[in-house]
Design a protein around this ligand. Sequence first.
Ligand SMILES: [Zn+2]
Length: 295
Amino acid sequence: MKPIIYWDCESYWGMYPLIKDPDHFKDINFIYNKLFEIHKNNTEIDLYIAVVGILLCKNEIEQSKFLYEILSLNEEYRDKKYNNRIKSLINVIPKLQKIHIKEEIELLSKLENVKVGNHTSTHPYIKMDSKNFNKIMLNEIKLTENKIKQNLGINPEFLILPQNKLNDTLALDLINKGYKFRPSNIIWEYDENLESNGSFFKSLQRLKRLVNMFIPKLMRVEPRKYDGTISNLCECGIFLKLPSNKLEFLIFLNFYKYILGNSKNRILWLHPHNFISKTELKIKFYLKIIEIITE
Ligand SMILES: [Zn+2]
C-alpha cells in the first residue's frame, strides 16, 4: 500500500481557545505554497487534504455569509456558548488578516495524487455525547460539501470529523449516504483533546509522548473498524508532531523511524498550520519523514 499523508486544514477556525493575535496566521499561504512545492511531483504518496469549509471562502464577505448560514442552521441545536463564539467570529472577521486558502487548495486538488475532503464548516469542539452532536455535525458536513462543490468544482472524496470524533450511529448514517472517512484510531501517539484542555493536560500529554518515545509498544491500540473505510486495511496511523528545536528534531526523527519501520502501512496525520513557527526546521523534518515513508 502507498503511504498516505493526511492534512487537517483548519488554521484559525479549528483553534480553541481562540487565537487572539490576528497576525498569527499571516504566513499561512506561504506555508501552503511551500508544501505544494514538496508534493507537486511526488506521486509516491497519496495526500488526503481535509478542509474546514470557512477557509474556502473567497473573501471576508463570503466568510461572514457562510458563518451566518451555519449559525442559523444549528442555532437551536448548539450550546449558547458555541453560538456566542460564532457570533464573535463574525464580528472579528473584518479585523483579521488573510486566512483564505482557496487558491492553494485548488492548486493542490489538481494534482494526481491528492484527494480533497470535508473537515466540517467551523470545526466545532463538541463532546461526542452532547445531545445534538450528530445533527450539528451533519449540518456542518452538508454545508461544507456544498462549499467544496461551489468553490473548487469537485466533490469531496472523504470526511474527517473534528478531533476524529466519530460515533457508531453517525458513522453508519454517513456510510449509508456514501461517505468515506479516516479511521478514528489515529490518536494513539498524540491526543489533541488532551493538549487543548489547559496546562495540566499539556504536561500530561508531554509525559505520554515521552513514554511513547521510549516504549512505543505500550501506547498502541487496536484500530477501530467501521465498514467501508480504509481502517480495514490500516494497522495504525501516526500523528506527526513537528519539532520546535534541534534536539526535538533528533528525538522525534528517531521515534518516527522506529514506528514507521515497524508498521505495515504508513499513514501520517498532521496540521499544516503547525508549520507557522520554526518553518525552516519543520519543513526539513517533513522532508526527512517523506524520505522515510517512501523508502
Ligand atoms: Zn481538525
